[in-house]
Ligand binder design. Structure first.
Ligand code: AFP
Length: 335
């Protein structure tokens, strides 16, 4: 049976481990490296979720807190899980200016992992959802470890991407380019169970997510689009509802399941917006596209943006295909 013919049907409730084994069985040429990498991401998620459950107790227990202490801890967890795993040849974090120095005389795999270890970190203090976002690329170089510029690759070159979400449950959602599947951690048994199989986004939603406090800094087209969503029109389901958590992964997760649009546009004082192309926009764009949605800068597909730097920022519109297309029309001045 060829890889293309192999699909997992009706498997809700199976463990992540079994899902990985079965998916790998559909790819006879697979070495198992990729499967192990996904399993390790699941492990990082469990360790971070465990830490976050205690975050609210940190002050009570007198543990020293600092700026973004949970973000640094989550970053350390990712590094510990992968640095000596032998599964990656590069590791780069949104939290660190340069890629992690991997041990030279140690086995390494062919994958490069880029991650945002704690997305929405300021939500920690107020017990709101948090996330982590990851992008996986394959290194085609001949031996040795890739240099930092070799990690700067277009979104279309990603082989897999996904996010972890720490909300009322911990979830792992990812795609390796064929479908998007979501797993929910059962804390009782410490296993991720397939809870959202082959996620497909509605073509349109009824919800928008944006930091509206920045309204007066947005380009005119973006302002007009948001004004449009607030108008009343039964035929097009307006006004839309507004929901914004301050955690990109959580907001995109909402759109993935129920439809709608998330925006972080460019602003007068930061024309490229806030979000990072390689750590946030590209991986979420891959997930959303695989679920039938779209991700755009306002004028072009996110996955086709030619990156120039590891920490480059980009304006982001992401969500249901028809919502993103309409937003683009406003931004391009066609409406
Ligand atoms: P942090 O991870 O630094 O807290 O930033 C979170 C984030 O990148 C994304 O998750 C949010 O959607 C966005 O920033 C929130 O930014 P604003 O506070 O400017 O709305």
């Amino acid at each position: 049976m060829g890889a293309r013919e192999y699909t997992i049907m009706g498997r809700t409730g199976i463990t992540l481990t079994r899902f990985i084994i079965e998916t790998q069985a559909g790819h006879p040429a697979a070495t198992g490296e990729f499967s192990a990498l996904l399993a390790q991401i699941g492990l990082a998620g469990k360790l971070i979720a465990h830490d976050l459950r205690r975050a609210g107790l940190i002050q009570i227990l007198g543990t020293t807190g600092g700026v973004n202490v949970q973000g640094e801890a989550a970053n350390e967890t990712f590094i510990k899980v992968f640095q000596y795993s032998g599964l990656v040849c590069a590791l780069a974090s949104e939290e660190m200016e340069k890629p992690v120095q991997l041990p030279e005389n140690w086995p390494h795999g062919k994958y490069m992992l880029l991650f945002d270890p704690l997305d929405g970190s300021s939500n920690t203090d107020v017990n709101m959802p948090l996330g982590a976002i990851f992008s996986i690329l394959r290194y085609e170089g001949k031996g040795g470890l890739p240099s930092a510029p070799e990690l700067v690759r277009k979104g279309t070159e990603q082989v897999a991407a996904g996010y972890l979400m720490y909300g009322s449950s911990t979830m792992l959602v990812f795609t390796s380019g064929q479908s998007v599947n979501g797993f929910t951690l059962d804390p009782g048994i410490g296993e991720y169970l397939l809870s959202h199989e082959n996620i497909r986004m509605p073509a349109r939603g009824k919800v928008y997510a944006v930091n509206e406090g920045n309204y007066h800094k947005w380009p005119a087209g973006t302002r007009r689009y948001i004004d449009h969503l607030k108008e009343s029109d039964k035929a097009t389901g307006r006004p839309y509802s507004s929901r914004y958590s301050g955690c990109l992964a959580a907001d995109v997760h909402r759109m993935l399941l129920g439809g709608g649009i998330y925006l972080y546009p460019g602003e007068t004082d930061k024309p490229e917006g806030k979000l990072r192309l390689l750590y946030e926009a590209n991986p979420l764009a891959m997930v959303v596209e695989q679920a039938g949605g779209r991700a755009s800068t306002g004028t072009m597909r996110i996955l086709e943006v030619e990156p120039k730097a590891l920490h480059q920022r980009v304006p982001l519109l992401i969500g249901s295909a028809e919502d993103v297309s309409l937003a683009e029309e406003f931004i391009k001045g066609k409406r």
